[in-house]
Ligand binder design. Structure first.
Ligand SMILES: [Zn+2]
Length: 408
């Protein structure tokens, strides 16, 4: 299965790290005698096992690595990998037993101790033993404070528990360890976590704290869209419509490609303030700046329809359809508009022509990390739990086979 791939890559990286690492060197001399550390690695079963590992044949990998491990009972990394493979197969109990028994070994170096604990932490995490997993990862960090793998797992565990402050602190530690060029990405993730902390404060009705958190999120990442939306919502709750409008309009300026996420709020607000034209002119501005913005056309169409101008509304929908023939919402709006106009033949024919090559699908948002698909835009992937990894996928219209034959 494709979901194994990143994990196996991590396993291989772990293995290589241990094999070439300094930890390995310290192992050679024991009790005054040299131990041949190469025995397990020179066994054909070891290489075979690794080959099965990279081709995702877990059962065969286990079989070969078990044989390699029996050649050299001391070969720490082979036993460690075996435990990891059992975990990936779902045999968490077996994985825990293997890794716990490795921990009992005397003379583990600090680095080795940390690695085995890391594996054990992953076993606990997989088995749903959250507290024990937290303890294990924290212990890894006590032994090896710069262990990024432990920090990432700790962050994800805290996120799963909705312990946003702890997740934030963990991410911050990771950020100080990582390279300068990954700073924007770290700050974007910190901004999402700040936003979650702000949402918690909102639920407690602690609005000053919520406002501080949302503002801090925007300070960390100017494109922290959810923070703008939530900050504006609080201003509306506080009766400060002008401030809310300012926040959402700033968001539209900063991230016009995400402007549509504020549409329903801005539209409702314009209606509340009795200024429907304010929203309409925003849509017009977005269309001028980016003619491909089909969502602004759709929103403006709805507004024109409400203003009693169904023909103009329909023209906007046809224009939107050209930009995104797959959007079911546009088709539905067109069907409604055509119905209200009494299905005039000329317009129905135009619609038919426009849709000749359209392909329908319902889940155009896809996670660029794990390919998880979603109908809606999601800020955190429910599959790989990464932040801000969704892009909108478009299917190109099918080529006319006759035209294609002519052009080749
Ligand atoms: Zn994902």
């Amino acid at each position: 299965m494709s979901s194994y791939a990143p994990l196996l890559a991590a396993l291989v990286a772990l293995l290589i790290g241990l094999t070439v690492g300094k930890a390995w060197e310290r192992y050679k001399l024991r009790d005054g005698t040299w131990i041949d550390r190469r025995r397990a690695r020179q066994s054909p079963h070891y290489i075979l096992g690794l080959n099965f590992l990279v081709t995702n044949q877990i059962d065969l990998a286990i079989e070969e690595l078990t044989k390699a491990a029996s050649v050299d009972e001391e070969a720490l990394e082979v036993h460690m990998i075996l435990g990891n493979l059992y975990r990936e197969k779902g045999q968490v109990g077996k994985a825990i037993t293997i890794h716990q028994s490795l921990l009992q070994r005397s003379r583990l170096s600090r680095v080795e101790h940390a690695y085995v604990l890391l594996c054990l932490g992953l076993d606990y995490k997989r088995g749903g033993f959250v507290d024990r997993a937290l303890d294990a990862f924290n212990e890894v960090l006590r032994l090896d404070p710069k262990n990024e793998y432990a920090l990432v797992n700790l962050q994800k565990l805290h996120e799963e528990q909705h312990q946003w402050t702890e997740a934030y602190d963990t991410r911050q530690k990771l950020a100080t360890l990582s390279a300068i060029d990954s700073r924007p990405q770290n700050e974007a993730i910190l901004a999402f976590l700040e936003n979650e902390i702000g949402l918690e404060a909102t639920r407690r009705k602690d609005y000053p704290e919520a406002i501080r958190r949302f503002q801090s999120a925007i300070g960390l990442d100017a494109r922290a869209i959810p923070a703008y939306l939530n900050l504006g919502d609080i201003r509306v709750t506080q009766g400060n419509e002008a401030e809310a409008a300012l926040i959402w309009e700033t968001m539209v300026d900063v991230a016009p490609d995400r402007a549509y996420l504020a549409f329903s709020r801005l539209e409702a607000q314009a209606a509340r303030l009795g200024e429907p034209d304010r929203f309409a002119s925003l849509c017009k501005r977005l269309i001028t700046e980016n003619p491909q913005d089909w969502r602004a056309r759709l929103a403006l169409s709805k507004q024109r329809h409400a203003a009693g101008n169904p023909l103009e509304a329909l023209e906007l929908l046809f224009a939107a359809l050209l930009q995104n023939p797959h959007a079911l919402t546009i088709h539905q709006a067109i069907w409604r508009a055509l119905g209200q106009l009494g299905h005039p033949t000329a317009l129905v024919d135009r619609y038919s022509e426009l849709t000749q090559h359209a392909v329908f699908y319902l889940d155009p948002h896809v996670c660029i990390r794990c390919r998880y698909r979603s109908t809606e835009l999601l800020w955190q992937c429910p599959h790989c739990h990464d932040w801000n990894t969704f892009v909108e996928e478009r299917i190109a219209p099918a080529q006319d086979p006759q035209l294609e034959a002519l052009s080749t």
